[in-house]
Design a protein around this ligand. Structure first.
Ligand code: 1CP
Length: 348
């Protein structure tokens, strides 16, 4: 891997993350490399989803697609949070119209013996590091590159549910019935995630986001016991080794904002169900907030999108702020409407 990279031309997002002044509010969008782009769909027809993730040239190309089209302030490497369960030996398929499906989900704690652990992340996930390294060169310093991982609880819930779920009742049953084994699994995941994130930075990632997308299913007590300690451990152990800004996105986890603000992350991502003022106040003055326009606002007219985006920036304030949607962009959104969102943020 070539570790001498082109000079960075736009560092707005890194400045916002560090609490430094920014000329304009930086903006990126979760799932910005995705189905709503015709060029993504064209690439996708010829490839299986996880083969795309495993082929550095393809992952790099898809990562760059939204950067060529829009004046975004960051790229995020094309991959998926479920590459970590795969690295532990689980088979995950991406089914059209259905999403991810595990062929043999974990059912009882004995199934933990099926996991390959400990693993060497360079062997199992080196393809992500290669994709990051290649992309960092191909970006030519245009914008920073974000690396990411799913948080332990979110990954655990997929590994037990076997796919999407409305209730997470199988995985939450583990937390109540098998707390010790749940902690064991969460620790196995944490150890891999730490090495995986450190490896991404060593390969060239300039910022990291941890997705706790299933925070919303946990009660505050379960969150405190089974999510928070691992989220904190990840920050501490990653930053003992590498120094880049880190963001935690606890979807639906408003109840956790105060607790999360003392876990050492630079940025906390908010979903759209919290008022900007309240989110800002609850994370406190020393943390950058990211978010949180309702992804469905992109179904409005371009004019209405710009108004909503500007209003959002005014409410969050232009400093210590990274604009984003409150969750990933939906596949049936018109790319021109995303352009209106980005313009609205930059012109606010
Ligand atoms: O552009 C980017 O954001 C980078 C690529 C990226 C990221 C950050 C993808 C590509 N996935 C993710 C993270 C991810 N994957 C999360 C965390 C963010 C979130 O909360 O959405 C989650 C929960 C997943 C799991 C996943 N992968 C789902 C959700 C299923 C469910 O339970 O609702 C789905 C549908 C996928 C597939 C996927 N991942 C990424 C893309 C572009 C797609 C669409 C796949 C396709 O083309 O068929």
């Amino acid at each position: 891997m070539d570790l001498i990279f082109p000079q960075l031309k736009n560092d707005r997002i890194l400045r916002a993350a560090r609490g430094e002044e920014t000329d304009k509010v930086p903006v990126w969008v979760m799932r910005q490399a995705g189905r709503y782009l015709p060029e993504f769909r064209a690439t996708r027809v010829n490839h299986d989803f996880f083969s795309m993730c495993r082929t550095p040239e393809v992952a790099c190309e898809i990562t760059l697609q939204p950067i060529r089209r829009f004046p975004l302030d960051a790229a995020i490497i094309f991959s998926d949070i479920l590459v970590v369960p795969q690295a532990l030996g689980m088979e995950v398929l991406m089914k059209a119209g259905e999403g991810p499906v595990f062929t043999s989900p974990l059912v009882t704690p004995e199934d933990l013996n099926m996991l390959e652990t400990p693993i060497n992340v360079d062997d199992k996930l080196g393809y992500v590091f290669k994709a990051i390294n290649l992309t960092r060169h191909k970006l030519e310093g245009k914008v920073p590159l974000i690396g990411f991982a799913g948080a332990p609880w979110t990954l655990m819930s997929y590994m037990i549910e076997g796919g999407g779920s409305k209730t997470m009742s199988k995985s939450k049953a583990w937390l109540y019935r098998y707390p010790a084994e749940s902690h064991k699994l969460l620790q196995i995941l944490t150890d891999v995630i730490v090495d995986f994130l450190v490896g991404q930075v060593k390969a060239g990632a300039q910022m990291l986001q941890v997705f706790e997308s299933h925070a919303e299913y946990l009660s505050p007590d379960l969150f405190t016991q089974f999510a928070l300690p691992y989220i904190k451990q990840i920050q501490e152990r990653v930053r003992a080794k590498v120094d880049v800004p880190m963001c935690i996105f606890p979807k639906g986890g408003h109840f956790s904002l105060e607790q999360l603000s003392s876990t050492g992350y630079d940025i906390i991502g908010l979903d759209w169900t919290i008022k900007p003022e309240e989110g800002r106040q609850r994370v406190g003055p020393n943390i950058t907030v990211q978010g949180n326009m309702d992804p469905c606002a992109l179904y409005g007219t371009k004019e209405s999108i710009e108004v909503i985006a500007k209003n959002m920036v005014h409410r969050f304030g232009s400093q210590r702020y990274i604009a984003n949607l409150g969750h990933g962009i939906y596949p049936d959104v018109d790319p021109e409407h995303l352009a209106a969102f980005i313009d609205g943020v930059h012109d606010a």
